[in-house]
Design a protein around this ligand. Sequence first.
Ligand SMILES: Cc1cc2nc3c(=O)[nH]c(=O)nc-3n(C[C@H](O)[C@H](O)[C@H](O)COP(=O)(O)OP(=O)(O)OC[C@H]3O[C@@H](n4cnc5c(N)ncnc54)[C@H](O)[C@@H]3O)c2cc1C
Length: 97
Amino acid sequence: MATNYDAIVVGGGHNGLVSALYLARDGWNVLVLERNAELGGAIRSGEATLPGFVHDLYSMNQNLFLASPVYQDLKDELSEEGLRFVRSEKTLLQRVS
Ligand SMILES: Cc1cc2nc3c(=O)[nH]c(=O)nc-3n(C[C@H](O)[C@H](O)[C@H](O)COP(=O)(O)OP(=O)(O)OC[C@H]3O[C@@H](n4cnc5c(N)ncnc54)[C@H](O)[C@@H]3O)c2cc1C
């Protein structure tokens, strides 16, 4: 493991991860320090009810991210890493009616 870094990012939420990614793309040697066992901060997902059912644990409305310049720039790399958005077939209005 390297011990010299050009940048150290404290916190592995999405803002820290995006910052680290752009620095690394430019050739910086970056260390991300995350105090939790999992990366993702408040946009993490996980099994909160039944096994196999994955929920947003905190933040749940990520629609604006899909239209962001960052997502447009990174979507191919993120897709290769396994990121995918699951869209519900039903809207809130359909559920209520
Ligand atoms: C309950 C809830 C619901 C939300 N709903 C929405 C929503 O629907 N739509 C939306 O757009 N936004 C929502 N948000 C806001 C959104 O989640 C945050 O704006 C976003 O997560 C901020 O990202 P971040 O990377 O800046 O910080 P965070 O996601 O908070 O990540 C910070 C990371 O830094 C780590 N950290 C902190 N201090 C240290 C330290 N000293 N050493 C090491 N690691 C450290 C933390 O463990 C964490 O992983 C919600 C937030 C919450 C809490």
